[in-house]
Design a binder for this molecule. Structure first.
Ligand code: HEM
Length: 945
C-alpha cells in the first residue's frame, strides 16, 4: 500500500485498518464510499473555531448511516451514533460493507475528535502555558518535552539525587518502581504527576470562573459578561434547590424508601425507586469510585479547609426573579438552610499574569488553582498510598512482607475466605476520626461496602501474584526473573534474589497495570456498549499497531519519525492516532539496543515511549466534573446469598454500610455474597432526578454545622462553581461539541412518546430553575466557536432578536450532561462526558512510562509482564463468541474474581463482562434488553412491575 504520509487523513485511514486487522471482513478502507470523492478528506482544524464538532456532510452521513443518519444531522449531537452497526442488531444493514463503513466511519470521527482535543484542549496551570503557546528558541511550544516547572524543588529530599541545580534526571532506586508520591515517573520531569501538583484545565483559562470575570483579557471578559449577564454566582441558582428539583429520585412508596434508609431490620419490603441502566451493574458504580480515589482528590485526609460556607436552600426563581424561599417552600423542597460545608482549598488565588501572543492577550493560568492531593498516575495509590500518612495505613504481612496483610475472620469459611480480609485501622494509625472501625487502606474516605469489596479483592489479588512468583521461585530459583537494578543494570536478578521489598513493588506495578487494563477494556467497553467503542478501547490498550500486523514495522518507523518532528502540532496529531499504551511498549521491546545503562539510554529507552503533547500531565478540573457520578449508586442493595442466587433475601441500605459500619456487613456476609449481590443488580442511570436519597441527606459527624448533614448532590454543583468550571454550553463549545439553543434541545425526537413526555417535563423544570431572558443580538457570547455561516454567536443563539430565550448558558455542567437523553447506543454516560474522557483517558496511558517504555520485564519481571498480558498466570479464552468476536480472552476482572473469590465460579461461568449484570441475557449484538439468562428466570429482578 502506498501512503501519502503528509496527509493526516490518509494516516487516519491506515490506522483504522491496522486497528481492525484482526477481523478479515474489515480489510477495506472505510472511506471507500462516495463520500471520499465528493468531500475529499477532512483536515484537522487549524483554528479553534473551525473544529469538527462531530458533524459530517449529508453525503457522508448517507454513506455511513443511510437516511436516518442524514435526517439527524440537524440535532446538536454527534453524527457517528447514527451510522450503520453502531447500535444493536437493528442498526445493522443487510449489506456487510455498509456495516463496515458505519463502524469504521465512527472510529474515524472519534479519531478526528481526539486529534483536535489534543491540539486545542491542553491548558497546564503550573506556568508552562506561555511557553506552550509560543515558539521558543525556534521550537514550537507544543513540542516541549521537558519543563523547568517539573523539576524537583530544593526542599525535596531527592533534589540532590536527581541532579540538584543542574540538569535533573532520575536514576537508581527512584526509577525502579512507582514512587510513593509519584515523582520520577518521567525521568526528565521528576515532579510531574506527583502528589500535590496542580490540577490542569481542558478549557481556555479565560472561560473559567464565569461568575468572577476577574481581569480577563478585555475581549474575553465581554464575552463572559454577555453570556451570563450577572445572573450567576456561587449560590445562584441555588444548589440545594437544583438538587431537590432536578436530582431527587421520585418515590412511588416514600415510606418503603425512607430517604434511603428503608424499613427497619433490612426488611425485604424496603424499596427505593431509581432509574436503572440495564447493561451495567452496581460493581461498576463502585469501580469508578475506586478509580477516582486512585487518580485525584481535592481533599486532605478527607477534609477541606477550616472556614465554612453556606450551601444554599435560600432562594429560587419566581417568575424569573430570584426570591427568598419561604418556610413553606423549604418544607416542600425538603432542603436545609443551615447546612454548611468547608470551602475548597485554593492553591493560588492571585490574579494570573497575562502575556501576548500573535496580537492577542492570554492568561498564563486560571484565576484560581487547586492541588491534586493524590498522585495523578494510574498507580494503585488508593491501595498503596500517595504520601506518608496514607502509606502508614497500608499493612504488610510480617511473615512475608512482599504480601499485603490479610487476616482471618472468625466464621468466614467459604472457599476464598482462607485468603483473608483486610485488617482494621488501629488507634495508632493516622486517620480522620470518622474512619474509626474501617478496614485499613490508603484512601479511606467515603467508604461503603462497595469500596470494601474492591479493596479486599485487589489486596487478595496482590497476594495471588506474590504467591505465583514464589511458586516460580521454588520451581526455577536460579532462572533470570527479568528484573534489573538500574544501579547495576547488567547484573541478572534470579528469582531467588528478589527481596520482599522488591517483590512488593513489582506486585504493585502489576496490580496497577491490571487495574488499568480492566478499566480500559472491560469497564469502559461496558460503559460504552457498542462496536466502535469496543474496537477503540481495545486499540487504546493494545496499541493500534499490533505486533502481528504486517504494517507494524512501517508504521512504527513513521511514529518514531513523527514523534521526533519539530512540527509539533502535526506530530502530536499523528502520534495520538497511531500509538497507545502497551502498543508503544510493543515497539520498544523490539528495539535493538534496549538498555537502561547510562543516562542516554535511560532517556531514550526507559523514558522514551511517553508523549505529553507539549503540556505536563495532570488531570483537569473538568475531568473531576464529569466523574461526579453519584447518580450511579442505588439507595438499597438487593442482597442475595450464593446458595439461592435467584432470591433477594434482604434490602440493605448503602448508607447503613457507610464508613466503619461496612466492617460487620463484610465480615458477617463475606465477599462472595456481596460480589453476587452487586454483580446482579443494575446501577443507577446517569439521568436527572436520579440521585440517591441518602447522599442528599448524608450525616457527617466531623462537620461543624448545625445539621452535620450534607447534600452531596448540591455540593457537586457548588464545588464545580468554586473551581470555575464553565457552564454546560460553553463547556461543550470548548471541547468542540455543538452548542444547544434551548432546554428543549434535550428532548430526543427519536425516543418513545413516554420518554419524550418525561424529557419535556424535565426541560420545564430546568426552565423554572434557571429561568429565561429577553435576548439581545448585539451581545456576542463566544470565541471558541462561530455560527455555521461564519458570524459570531450571540445572545439569541439563532432565535429572533428580543425574544424570550432559555438561560441555557447558565446551566451547570453536571445538570447538562445528566439531561442528555440523546446518546450513542449503549452509552451509560453522555457525549459531553465522553469527549472529556477521550482526551484524558488517552493521556493517562501515553504519559505514563510504566504503561509504555517501562512496561518491561526489567521493571515488572517476566511473570509480571505475563500476568498483565494474559490476565493472570496463563491465557484463558471464552468458548462462545461475544458480540460476534470469537476466541476472546476471558476478561481481566472476571479472572481476578475467579482467583480471589473462587466460590463465584459457577455464577461467573456465563458472564462475558463482569460489569454487565451477571444474570442478564446479553442477546446477539450489543442488546440492551433486560432479559434473564438461562437459569436466572426466577430472579425477581426480572419480574414485570
Ligand atoms: C456511595 C458512596 C459515596 C459517598 C458516601 C460519596 C461521598 C462524597 C462526598 C461527601 C464528596 C464531597 C467531597 C467534598 O468536595 O467535600 C464526594 C465527592 C466526589 N465523589 Fe463521591 N461519594 C460516593 C460515591 C461516589 C461514586 C460512585 C463516584 C463515582 C465516580 C463518586 C465520585 C466523586 C467525585 C468525582 C467527587 C469529587 C472529588 C474531588 O473533588 O476531588 N463518588 N463524594
Amino acid at each position: 500500500m502506498k501512503i501519502a504520509w503528509h496527509q493526516p487523513a490518509a494516516l487516519l485511514a491506515v490506522a483504522l485498518v491496522s486497528s481492525c486487522n484482526r477481523d478479515s471482513d474489515l480489510v477495506l478502507s472505510p472511506l471507500s464510499c462516495a463520500e471520499k470523492a465528493a468531500d475529499g478528506l477532512r483536515q484537522i482544524a487549524s483554528t479553534r473555531d473551525a473544529r469538527f464538532q462531530g458533524k459530517v456532510t449529508e453525503q457522508t452521513a448517507l454513506c455511513r448511516g443511510g437516511e436516518p443518519a442524514a435526517a439527524r444531522r440537524s440535532l446538536p449531537w454527534v453524527d457517528w451514533a447514527n451510522y450503520f452497526a453502531t447500535g444493536d442488531e437493528t442498526s445493522k444493514s443487510w449489506l456487510p460493507t455498509q456495516n463496515f463503513r458505519g463502524v469504521g466511519g465512527a472510529l474515524v470521527d472519534l479519531e478526528y475528535q481526539r486529534a483536535e482535543l489534543i491540539k486545542f484542549n491542553l491548558f497546564d496551570n503550573s506556568g508552562t502555558f506561555e511557553q506552550y503557546r509560543r515558539d521558543t528558541g525556534g521550537k514550537e511550544g507544543a513540542a516541549q518535552k521537558t519543563w523547568p516547572q517539573m523539576r524537583l524543588p530544593e526542599s525535596d529530599p531527592h533534589f540532590t539525587a536527581v541532579g540538584g541545580d543542574g540538569e535533573q534526571l532520575c536514576k537508581g532506586a527512584l526509577i525502579r518502581s512507582r514512587t510513593l508520591n509519584g515523582i520520577c515517573n518521567d525521568l526528565t520531569n521528576p515532579l510531574m504527576g506527583s502528589t500535590g501538583t496542580l490540577f490542569a484545565r481542558n478549557v481556555q483559562f479565560e472561560s473559567t470562573f464565569p461568575d468572577l470575570q476577574v481581569d480577563a483579557p478585555a475581549d474575553e471578559r465581554d464575552r463572559t459578561t454577555n453570556r451570563h449577564a450577572g445572573r450567576i454566582s456561587l449560590l445562584i441558582p441555588d444548589p440545594q434547590v437544583i438538587s431537590r428539583k432536578l436530582f431527587t429520585r421520585e418515590q412511588s412508596d416514600p415510606a418503603a424508601c425512607n430517604d434511603g434508609y428503608g424499613r427497619p431490620g433490612l426488611s425485604k419490603d424496603s424499596h427505593c425507586d431509581y432509574k436503572q441502566a440495564p447493561f451495567f451493574n452496581v460493581l461498576a458504580a463502585f469501580w469508578i469510585q475506586f478509580m477516582t480515589h486512585d487518580w485525584f482528590s481535592h481533599l486532605e485526609e478527607g477534609h477541606n479547609r477550616g472556614d465554612y460556607m453556606s450551601v444554599g436552600c435560600a432562594s429560587q426563581k419566581v417568575n424569573g426573579i430570584e426570591t427568598p424561599l419561604t418556610p413553606a417552600d423549604i418544607t416542600r423542597l425538603g432542603c436545609r438552610p443551615s447546612d454548611a460545608m468547608e470551602r475548597s482549598y485554593v492553591a493560588d488565588a492571585d490574579g494570573p499574569a497575562t502575556f501576548m501572543s500573535g496580537n492577542k492577550s492570554y492568561y498564563a493560568r486560571a484565576p484560581k488553582t487547586f492541588r491534586n492531593t493524590n498522585t495523578a498516575w494510574w498507580d494503585g495509590s488508593q491501595i498503596y498510598g500517595f504520601d506518608a500518612l496514607s502509606r502508614a495505613r497500608v499493612k504488610r504481612d510480617p511473615h512475608d512482607p512482599a504480601r499485603l496483610l490479610m487476616v482471618q475472620v472468625p466464621g468466614a469459611n467459604k472457599q476464598g475466605d482462607s485468603q483473608g480480609y483486610l485488617p482494621l485501622l488501629q488507634d495508632a494509625d493516622p486517620k480522620n476520626p470518622d474512619w474509626t472501625g474501617q478496614e485499613s487502606v490508603a484512601f479511606a474516605d467515603n467508604w461503603t461496602i462497595g469500596l470494601s469489596f474492591l479493596h479486599n479483592v485487589f489486596a487478595r489479588e496482590h497476594n495471588q501474584f506474590v504467591d505465583e512468583f514464589r511458586r516460580r521461585t521454588n520451581k526455577t530459583p536460579d532462572a533470570d526473573s527479568g528484573l534489573r537494578d538500574p544501579d547495576a543494570p547488567d547484573r541478572v536478578i534470579r528469582y531467588r534474589d528478589l527481596t520482599p521489598d522488591e517483590l512488593f513493588e513489582v506486585a504493585r506495578l502489576v496490580i496497577a497495570a491490571e487495574i488499568a487494563k480492566i478499566h480500559t477494556i472491560e469497564w469502559t467497553t461496558q460503559l460504552l456498549y457498542n462496536e466502535p467503542l469496543y474496537r477503540g478501547m481495545n486499540g487504546n490498550w493494545n496499541g493500534l499497531l499490533e505486533k502481528t500486523s504486517s504494517l507494524s514495522r512501517e508504521l512504527a518507523d513513521v511514529v518514531s519519525r513523527l514523534k521526533a518532528s519539530n512540527r509539533s502540532l502535526e506530530a502530536n496529531q499523528y502520534y495520538s492516532i497511531l500509538a497507545a499504551g502497551p502498543g508503544i511498549f510493543g515497539l520498544k521491546s523490539a528495539a535493538p539496543g534496549w538498555s537502561m545503562a547510562g543516562d542516554d539510554n535511560r532517556r531514550k529507552f526507559v523514558n522514551g515511549g511517553t508523549n505529553h503533547f507539549g503540556s505536563p500531565f495532570n488531570f483537569p478540573e473538568e475531568f473531576v466534573t464529569v466523574y461526579r457520578l453519584h447518580a450511579l449508586v442505588p439507595d438499597l442493595i438487593d442482597y442475595r446469598v450464593l446458595d439461592a442466587a435467584n432470591q433477594i433475601t434482604s434490602e440493605i441500605p448503602v448508607v447503613e454500610t457507610f464508613r466503619g459500619r461496612a466492617t460487620p456487613f463484610m465480615h458477617e456476609r463475606g465477599l462472595a455474597n456481596w460480589g453476587l449481590s452487586m454483580g446482579r443488580q443494575r446501577l443507577g442511570a446517569l439521568a436527572l432526578q436520579n440521585h440517591p436519597r441518602f447522599l442528599q441527606n448524608l450525616k457527617m459527624d466531623r462537620l461543624h454545622s448545625p445539621t452535620q448533614t450534607i447534600d452531596v448532590a448540591a455540593l457537586d454543583i457548588l464545588r464545580d462553581r468554586e473551581r470555575g468550571v464553565p457552564r454546560f454550553n460553553e463547556f461543550r463549545r470548548q471541547y468542540g461539541l455543538h452548542q444547544l439553543t434551548s432546554f428543549d434541545d434535550f428532548i430526543n425526537p427519536n425516543d418513545t412518546p413516554l420518554a419524550q413526555a418525561e424529557q419535556t417535563k424535565l426541560a420545564k423544570v430546568m426552565r423554572e430553575v434557571y429561568g429565561q431572558h429577553r435576548c439581545d443580538r448585539t451581545k456576542k457570547i463566544a470565541y471558541a466557536q462561530r455560527n455555521n455561516d461564519g458570524t459570531e454567536i450571540d445572545d439569541c443563539l439563532g432565535k429572533p432578536d428580543g425574544s424570550m430565550v432559555d438561560n441555557i448558558e447558565d446551566l451547570d455542567t453536571v445538570v447538562g450532561w445528566l439531561a442528555e437523553s440523546t446518546r450513542p447506543h449503549g452509552f451509560a454516560i453522555s457525549e459531553t462526558q465522553f469527549v472529556v474522557f477521550i482526551l484524558n483517558a488517552s493521556r493517562r496511558l501515553y504519559s505514563d512510562r510504566f504503561f509504555t517504555s517501562s512496561f518491561r520485564p526489567e521493571f515488572y519481571t517476566e511473570p509480571g509482564v505475563d500476568w498483565v498480558n494474559n490476565n493472570g498466570p496463563a491465557p484463558m479464552h471464552e468458548t462462545t463468541p461475544i458480540n460476534g468476536h470469537r476466541n476472546e480472552p476471558v476478561s481481566p476482572f472476571k479472572r481476578v474474581l475467579l482467583r480471589t473469590v473462587p466460590e463465584l465460579k459457577s455464577e461467573l461461568a456465563p458472564v462475558a463482562n463482569a460489569f454487565d449484570p451477571w444474570s442478564r441475557d446479553r442477546g446477539k449484538y450489543y442488546s440492551l434488553d433486560w432479559k434473564p439468562r438461562p437459569g436466572a428466570e426466577s430472579d425477581p429482578a426480572f419480574a414485570v412491575k
